[in-house]
Design a protein around this ligand. Structure first.
Ligand SMILES: C[S@@+](CC[C@H](N)C(=O)[O-])C[C@H]1O[C@@H](n2cnc3c(N)ncnc32)[C@H](O)[C@@H]1O
Length: 222
């Protein structure tokens, strides 16, 4: 194992700002505190997020993930998060949905060390999580899980991402895809290969960010 590195400190005001932006119950806040502690502990020996984002990790990563909750709605039970990395947004959502009866968040992450971290954190916090340490393409091909909601953040440009998402979308399912300022160009490129029914929701955490809410997706035939 690599020796532990010194990490930049978290700005305490940033936690308060994040929870003001995306309020959660005391129980969820306590779970998030424990998750952040575990994340920082593991970040000292491996890269789970860009070190430069640590001081503002509550707004930059936690609130950015929590803002999906209103879009997920009260009825959703099964969520699949593609390319979960250090747990954004999937593990954060699991912290928030831990008390929802029947909720399960599936985290798909092919890097074995990251998947091991996700499993350790889920076990430590007793979260309703299943970790799938494999490639999204393989997981999707098996169609072992058909979720109500599929999420992805910082994974791939939309033309590729929609191919990942497609096997998981049913008629009543939705995909919530966190995107940055290039979203319009990505949508226009993706629409050459896909018929997309989607809405764009402004991000609460980044002025140029958008959440692409996909509720219909069909491959174009040439
Ligand atoms: C840039 S990181 C983003 C992580 C996290 N979603 C976030 O927002 O912080 C992308 C993650 O997706 C994983 N990944 C990329 N392609 C994948 C694939 N085809 N199957 C499974 N995981 C993949 C990578 O290992 C990496 O952890």
């Amino acid at each position: 194992m690599k020796p532990a590195r010194a990490l930049p400190a978290i700005d305490p005001a940033d936690r308060a700002a994040a929870l003001a932006l995306t309020p959660v119950s005391c129980e969820t806040a306590a779970r998030l505190d424990r998750f952040v502690a575990l994340l920082l502990e593991r970040q000292a020996v491996m890269n789970l997020m860009a070190a430069s984002t640590i001081p503002t990790l509550w707004t930059r990563h936690v609130a950015d993930s929590l803002q999906l909750l209103p879009l997920i709605g009260d009825e959703a039970r099964t969520i699949v998060d593609l390319g979960s990395g250090g747990g954004f947004p999937g593990l954060v959502l699991a912290c928030a949905l831990a008390d929802r009866p029947g909720a399960v968040v599936h985290l798909v992450e092919s890097t074995r060390k990251k998947a091991a971290f996700l499993q350790d954190a889920a076990t430590a916090l007793a979260l309703p999580v299943r970790v799938h340490s494999e490639r999204i393409e393989d997981f999707g091909r098996r169609r072992a899980v058909i979720p109500d909601i599929v999420t992805a953040r910082a994974l791939a440009p939309l033309p590729v991402l929609l191919g990942y998402v497609y096997p998981f979308l049913t008629k009543r399912g939705r995909a919530l895809l966190a995107k940055g300022q290039d979203v319009e160009a990505e949508l226009s490129e993706a629409s050459k290969s896909w018929k997309i029914k989607a809405d764009l929701v402004p991000s609460k955490t980044s002025p140029e960010g958008r959440i692409v809410v996909v509720h219909g997706l069909e491959a174009r035939t040439r």
